[in-house]
Design a protein. Structure first.
Length: 360
């Protein structure tokens, strides 16, 4: 969930002397971008999940004719962090305490606290240029560990006030009211009245054989710290949902593994070496032996084919514009099928027959 490993990914091909095809050799040209906001930089923060979630929602707003609206990633991250502390203590340290998260964490914040634009809450409490949460994360990790060691399962008002003041210091105090385009809003009224946002329109979908298809289950992943359910479909439907969404003007949230050696942000190409047969079984094996682990979230905005007819998804990342594609990348279909843990889509983007099979 953190961008620290980006530098290794950037220089790895140089050290290894790896021969990789170029975009020009493959004939890859970025797909037309109908509904997509600009690339941002999460910098030294574990908030890719918040950046990709807001990016997906910004694209949804564009599709609905709302125009480009820059939503605040740190508004979501702040309230989610406070919730993580509370939940970790209630479980007596039994879950994974992390600044990372999932799309459903963003949905929970919007349902309970609303939403604000970036200009109302940039999330840089000390006026810094970039997001750097290293110090804040360390302090919160130490604090929660001490609470667990002292068998504290619920914060008293003084402890809660200390946590709030810490978050205010590093991220800024969230606004109770703000002015946007000449009108005063609260976070709730902005989400409900201006954005017209409906949180329950979105679902998280995966494809694994250790649970029945077309039912939901709690995804066994440490970043699913809330124990939320994901819909389970076949690999064929998993790909079909993604392609159907893109062909109908929707975009898709991506949860997956960005530490594989085939993930190269520096040249904007992501793929697996060699041929794979039996994607469903190969995908399951990768999940079970942990060669595929959820550690990053991004935003799929389109797809193209190379000169040989191979499908590549065009993906928006949150590591800034520091690659030849201005922060985007091409992900070949084989990588998508094996290294994607889950996707997030609007319910309406799912083919009708599949929607019926999973009961939506």
């Amino acid at each position: 969930m953190r961008r620290l490993f980006f530098f290794l990914l950037f220089f790895l091909p140089v050290f290894c002397g790896a021969q990789r095809p170029t975009r020009e050799e493959l004939g890859l040209v970025p797909s037309a971008i109908a509904n997509c906001t600009s690339v941002k930089d999460q910098y030294m923060s574990s908030t890719c999940w918040s950046f990709s979630s807001t990016s997906l929602l910004e694209s949804e707003l564009m599709k609905k004719g709302k125009g480009k609206i820059d939503l605040s990633e740190m508004f979501i991250a702040r309230y989610s962090l406070a919730r993580k502390i509370q939940r970790h203590l209630k479980l007596k340290g039994g879950n994974f305490f992390t600044p990372g998260g999932q799309f459903h964490d963003a949905i929970w914040v919007i349902k309970n606290f609303g939403m604000v634009p970036e200009e109302a809450y940039p999330g840089k409490g000390r006026g810094e240029r970039d997001h750097n949460h290293a110090e804040m994360d360390t302090i919160l990790r130490w604090f929660t560990k001490e609470c667990v060691n002292n068998r504290i399962t619920e914060l008293n008002w003084k402890q809660q006030a200390w946590v709030d003041s810490l978050l205010d210091h590093y991220l800024g105090k969230p606004p109770g009211e703000f002015i946007y385009k000449g009108r005063t809003y609260t976070p709730h009224s902005f989400a409900e009245q201006y954005l017209g946002f409906r949180p329950d329109d979105y679902v998280e979908i995966t494809s694994y054989t250790h649970h029945p298809f077309y039912q939901s289950f709690v995804l066994e992943d440490k970043y699913n710290w809330t124990g939320d359910n994901y819909y389970n479909v076949t690999m064929e439907d998993f790909s079909a949902i993604t392609d159907n969404a893109l062909s109908n003007g929707y975009t898709v949230g991506w949860d997956g593994d960005a530490t594989d050696e085939g993930f190269n942000f520096s040249d904007g190409l992501v793929y697996l070496p060699g041929a794979i047969t039996g994607f469903q079984s190969a995908r399951q094996k990768a999940f079970e032996d942990k060669s595929t682990e959820l550690d990053h979230m991004m935003h799929i905005i389109g797809s193209v084919k190379d000169k040989k007819g191979n499908k590549w998804y065009y993906v928006k990342n949150s590591w800034g514009v520091y690659n030849p594609l201005g922060g985007f990348l091409f992900m070949r279909e084989d990588y998508f099928k094996i290294r994607t843990v889950a996707i997030i889509v609007n319910k309406e983007a799912i083919p009708a027959d599949t929607r019926k099979k999973i009961g939506l």
